[in-house]
Design a protein around this ligand. Structure first.
Ligand code: AMP
Length: 250
């Protein structure tokens, strides 16, 4: 069984993101980038399926500029077998475009399972997995916290408001993963070296026959208002007075 894992390169989660001065977007100049954290979990799950003998091949794919190769190498270093870069150059690849690119790759690669992150921490869209499932007319399970694959079926536990839900879907299917599914491993240095020799193919949206022109226009990206400093109240009466007359919340 082949597993396809889409991985996005995003601003590292430890970096404090800043809006560009002209408010046209986020400042990416000299900013540390990393694999989207949910995609690390997706890769880990696919690699574990391979280690259990359930999956035979783990293929990772990233859509974006050529620098995404670095992210793909990271995935190869933790156990993916093969990588595909869909080189979109400088074009802003929005979720629908990514889902269409993945659909084109699914047609070529014929995976039985696509395991994606539940959302990319830069756009927080939470759309690609669902859109891909819809385009493929495949079953989907989002927010997985446990995955068992056997007999051409996936039994998936997902986190919902106030509890857990367990669903069974026939394969092929799309699963998107949540934080508690697993703890991704770190790449060991010898594996990082070995990853350099693993196959990494490059294609383009044009070769895949996909129009990736942006459909959504970002009007403005701005920083939240600066937090005002706190203050001390003298007593409960003072607190109530401030809540009533200054904050006007009671
Ligand atoms: P989103 O819908 O943008 O929040 O992304 C959800 C998931 O789709 C991510 O966690 C990735 O698994 C996948 N994805 C999104 N954008 C890309 C991209 N440019 N290249 C590869 N995978 C992506």
């Amino acid at each position: 069984m082949k597993v396809l894992v889409p991985v996005k390169r995003v601003v590292d989660s430890n970096v404090k993101v800043r809006a560009r001065a002209d408010e046209t977007g986020v400042d990416l100049a000299n900013v540390k980038m990393a694999m989207n954290p949910f995609d690390e979990i997706a890769v880990e799950e696919a690699v574990r399926l391979k280690e259990k003998g359930v999956a035979t091949e783990v293929v990772v794919v990233s859509c974006g500029p050529a620098t995404n190769q670095e992210t793909l190498r990271t995935a190869l270093a933790v156990g993916a077998d093969r990588a595909i870069l869909v080189d979109g150059g400088d074009v802003d690849l929005q979720p629908l475009a990514v889902a269409k690119l993945l659909k084109a790759l699914v047609a070529k690669e014929a995976p039985q399972l696509v395991i994606a992150g539940k959302q990319a921490i830069d756009d927080d869209a939470n759309q690609v997995g669902q859109m891909l499932a819809a385009l493929q007319s495949w079953p989907q399970v989002a927010f997985a916290s446990k995955v068992d694959v056997a007999d051409d079926k996936a039994k998936v536990t997902r986190e919902i408001d106030g509890g857990l839900e367990t669903l069974e879907v026939p394969l092929p299917a799309v699963i998107t993963v949540d934080l508690r599914l697993n703890e991704p491993r770190y790449a060991k240095l010898p594996d990082v070296m070995k990853a350099k020799k693993k196959p990494l193919d490059t294609t383009t949206p044009a070769e895949l026959g996909v129009d990736v022109a942006p459909r959504l226009k970002t009007l403005k990206v701005s920083e939240p208002p600066k937090r005002q400093g706190g203050g001390k109240v003298a007593d409960v009466a003072d607190l109530v007075n401030k809540l009533k007359n200054e904050a006007k919340v009671i």
